[in-house]
Design a protein around this ligand. Structure first.
Ligand code: HEC
Length: 307
């Protein structure tokens, strides 16, 4: 009796599975998944060659300084770098007086308290301050940016897949929507106040194009400031802010690999040394090494003489 009930329960389960499979297959055939504009028009980042790429990569200090200049003159109007202090710029090759001057002249002052009255105030930055956000808080930032929040850029190249290449592509990737796209997906027309950018995940980006014309910054080292160059340099700079110790990591990695290589060679040689004696003893009739062969032949001769 129990067996018959179990059989019917099993049959019931199998039946339900079969029915849901049939419904699923019919549903997929009748209404296949709609293609989306994001699926069709989103682009993967373009390749970006930076000196810091690869296991032996190192930073190009001149490029980092140019990238910092782009950040300072363009991006800092909307984005802070809350994890980087002015004094960290020493790693880019700036001298102490230069860093003091950069902090002192920074466009955004640092929140503070008036020591005499106790009122909320601001003061000029000093080298130990972090790069301040240009907005008091998130509400103020959204109010100034069409309700979008400009993220802190300290770690942005780590927070996005293929960070530096993504950033570079994003900065140089603003475009207009093609008529073909609008014909196919009329609903994805970029709303007012947003900008079409095929490298941004949902294609419509709230950041106005920040790098718009060649010569927007004047590089101190005389490099020609094309949009492409500025985008590359600021991507390099933001790679540094996200990983200032990259060069140490690469150096330590190489040292560890060399150490492991030497340790492996030493290990192999000592293995040979330790087991050499044992192998000689085990080898059947000295086939493994001539010296042993000679010895065993000698033994054979002696045995023969004893006969
Ligand atoms: C006028 C203000 C403004 C300026 C100037 C500006 N940004 Fe933005 N940025 C924004 C806003 C607003 C967002 C948020 C956009 C969104 O969420 O759609 C944003 C977002 C970003 C993002 C995040 C993209 C993502 O994947 O989420 C990056 C990276 C970025 N900006 C880099 C830069 C760089 C580099 C510069 C300087 C070359 C710069 N921005 C200049 C306003 C600005």
């Amino acid at each position: 009796m129990v067996r018959i009930i179990a059989f019917f329960v099993g049959l019931g389960f199998a039946g339900v599975l079969l029915i849901s499979l049939v419904i699923g297959v019919v549903g997929t055939i009748q209404s296949p998944t709609e293609p989306t504009a994001e699926h069709e028009f989103h682009k993967a980042p373009r390749e970006l060659h930076l000196a810091s790429n690869g296991p032996l990569g190192h930073y190009d200090r001149a490029q980092l300084q140019r990238g910092f200049q782009v950040y300072k003159e363009v991006c800092a109007a909307c984005h802070g770098l809350s994890l980087v202090a002015f004094r960290d710029l020493a790693a880019l090759g700036y001298e102490e007086p230069e860093i003091k001057a950069i902090a002192n002249q920074w466009a955004t002052e640092v929140p503070s308290v008036n020591p005499e009255t106790g009122e909320v105030a601001t003061r000029k930055a000093v080298p130990s301050d972090r790069f301040p956000s240009p907005y008091g808080n998130e509400t103020a930032a959204r109010a100034a940016n069409n309700n979008a929040l400009p993220p802190d850029l300290s770690l942005i190249t780590k927070a996005r897949e293929e960070g530096p290449a993504y950033l570079y592509s994003l900065l140089t990737g603003y475009a207009t929507q093609s008529p073909e796209m609008l014909r196919k997906f009329p609903a994805v027309k970029t709303p007012d106040g947003l900008y079409y950018n095929p490298y941004f995940a949902n294609l419509n980006f709230a950041m106005p194009p920040p790098l718009v014309s060649d010569g927007q910054v004047t590089y101190a080292d005389g490099t020609k400031a094309t949009v492409d160059q500025m985008a590359t340099d600021v991507s390099a700079f933001l790679t540094w802010t996200a990983e200032p110790k990259l060069e140490n990591r690469h150096r330590a990695g190489i040292a560890v690999l060399i150490f492991l290589l030497i340790a492996t060679i030493l290990g192999y040689l000592s293995y040979r040394n330790i087991w050499a004696e044992a192998k000689r003893k085990v080898a059947p009739k000295g086939v493994l090494d001539p010296e042993n062969k000679a010895r065993s032949e000698h033994a054979k001769d002696e045995a023969g003489m004893a006969d």
